[in-house]
Design a binder for this molecule. Structure first.
Ligand SMILES: C[S@@+](CC[C@H](N)C(=O)[O-])C[C@H]1O[C@@H](n2cnc3c(N)ncnc32)[C@H](O)[C@@H]1O
Length: 504
């Protein structure tokens, strides 16, 4: 048995799902003569399944963990056609050699480790070997290595998190896939379909692709994507299941910014993302905010009843700065007793947040922030400006609220339109379901870092729409200021307007 510690270290989560294994093996279109690679053997589920179809299949199995290697060795000792190697697939010299000479395998099947821990020495070697890739996330390194190891026409099937489709750090592997292979099929399903573990990843994918040494042919390839599975058994006979099917052409994905796959339920959303001439980043600065380096010491709270409030000191109202604009050199800090300033933090409140948190902004404190290693005195030219704050993590859908000349912390992306007349319009848009569909297609996780927010397509409104949205958002803000709530009818009208402007 592999121990729990080793399971974590080697990311040894075995594919104990017959529908998944059957689907992947089936996708390989195995032939008698195939030379097959299983680059991360585990306890050999894929090997078992291949041997059940053809006992004399020629398979090389790699496994780094000594214990798992021994188990594999015993299990497959009766099969002279199965070679087991106790090696690191990412660093093995034979594999590196074969990668450089047009590959050596006809078929490869894998469930690679997703975030396996690498010691620093290994990480720096990996960085050199795979310099275009993100070395911390091992699955993309396995995918890259295995694409190199395929012969021209060879097929590979991998089960991996779906994050390689969108995240910036996986741009390199996307370019590789799109220009060196033809994607045969991509399926996306919840990680709960994978028995026994919770990866902390929202979704898993199985990508099946065929190596093709002709880049132009790769680029014209159209491939199907299947989503909206309700049960893992639907992987069998997929075309006849009640699941969603989309088609994409590789050249179009390559042309998307950062070669991201924009897989949305509605093709109007993918089209808007691919073709938008203007993005939010073109009309507004989108920047991350401030961190003191030690909030327990420097941050204070208006009420201990607030979420997490008990962990902080209660602010003395006499120490709150009542007029920030009177301090001309505010970025150097404030002299005197009234040196606590309001700061906008995360939390999914729409349109306007109450003033709840205050940062020590004395001259000494500010000097500390500028010099402390842990502090982030980043993008200061946007501090105390009028803008919009979007929390980096959204619970269900993206939210936005005004930053009214306040400081904003690093859990917020500050959006500062270059044309101030766009402020209310943008605030309405960033709170709309239309915007949420766009950001979740750009990045399906619940995260909204600045680099993704910048990519949201922006459609310039005509004057009438601009005025109407501006008035309605103004109405909402005034109502929150007066009554702490707003009329949802008004909000619905704004949502409908964006639905009309964007078409979804
Ligand atoms: C996610 S498990 C999958 C095992 C098996 N293929 C399956 O699907 O059940 C990944 C396996 O890869 C092995 N492994 C981790 N890093 C490796 C490396 N660098 N080279 C070879 N094997 C590795 C782990 O020990 C583990 O057994």
């Amino acid at each position: 048995m592999v121990t729990i510690q080793e399971t974590k270290k080697y990311q040894a989560y075995y594919t104990k799902s017959t529908p998944i294994v059957d689907y992947m093996v089936n996708k390989l279109e195995l032939k008698e003569s195939d030379r097959i690679l299983e680059p991360c053997g585990g306890d050999g589920v894929f090997v078992d399944s291949i041997l059940a179809l053809n006992e004399s299949a020629n398979i090389d199995v790699y496994e780094l963990n000594d214990l798992a290697f021994q188990i594999l060795l015993n299990k497959f000792s009766p099969f002279g056609n199965v070679t087991i190697r106790n090696c690191d697939t990412l660093l093995d010299n034979d594999l590196i050699f074969n990668s450089g000479f047009g590959g050596a395998y006809d078929k490869i099947i894998a469930n690679p480790p997703y975030g396996a821990w690498q010691d620093f020495e290994k990480r720096s070697v990996l960085k050199k070997l795979y310099n275009d890739l993100y070395a911390k996330e091992t699955y993309s390194l396995f995918l890259y290595r295995c694409i190199e190891l395929l012969r021209d026409g060879g097929i590979l099937s991998f089960i991996i998190p779906d994050t390689f489709l969108n995240l910036h750090m996986h741009k390199g592997i996307r370019r590789n896939i799109l220009t060196k292979t033809r994607i045969l099929e991509l399926v996306l399903f919840p990680s709960s379909f994978f028995p026994g573990v919770n990866f902390g990843y929202a979704n898993l994918s199985i990508i099946t692709l065929q190596k093709d040494d002709r880049p132009q042919v790769c680029l014209t390839n159209e491939f199907p994507v299947f989503t909206k599975f309700s049960d893992v058994s639907q992987l069998a006979n997929i075309e006849n299941q009640n699941v969603h099917k989309f088609s994409f052409v590789q050249s179009e994905v390559l042309a998307n910014s950062d070669h991201a796959f924009f897989i949305a339920e509605d093709s109007t959303i993918s089209d808007t993302l691919s073709k938008a001439p203007t993005k939010l980043g073109d009309i507004a600065s989108c920047v991350t905010g401030f961190y003191s380096g030690d909030d327990k010491t420097f941050l204070q709270v208006r009420s201990l009843e607030l979420k997490n409030g008990k962990n902080y000191t209660l602010v003395n109202p006499e120490s709150i700065c009542d007029n920030i604009t009177e301090h001309t050199n505010i970025l150097d800090g404030i002299d005197g007793l009234r040196h606590f300033i309001p700061i906008v933090k995360g939390g999914n409140t729409r349109y306007l947040k109450p003033e709840s948190w205050f940062m020590n902004w004395s001259k000494e404190a500010v000097s500390h922030y500028k010099n402390d290693k842990k502090a982030r005195f980043q993008n200061p030219k946007f501090y105390f400006k009028f803008g919009i704050g979007v929390p980096m993590i959204s619970s269900s859908s993206i939210t936005a609220s005004l930053i009214e000349n306040k400081l904003f912390d690093q859990s917020i992306v500050g959006v500062f339109p270059s044309d101030p007349n766009m402020m209310q319009y943008l605030l309405g848009f960033l709170n709309s379901p239309t915007c949420n569909k766009l950001i979740r297609t750009i990045n399906p996780s619940a995260n909204n870092p600045a680099n993704y927010i910048k990519k949201i397509p922006f459609i310039h409104p005509d004057e009438k729409s601009l005025k109407r949205v501006t008035d309605l958002v103004g109405e909402i803000i005034n109502s929150i200021k007066l009554n702490k709530n707003y009329d949802e009818e008004v909000e619905r009208e704004i949502h409908t307007m964006f639905q009309t402007i964007y078409g979804f």
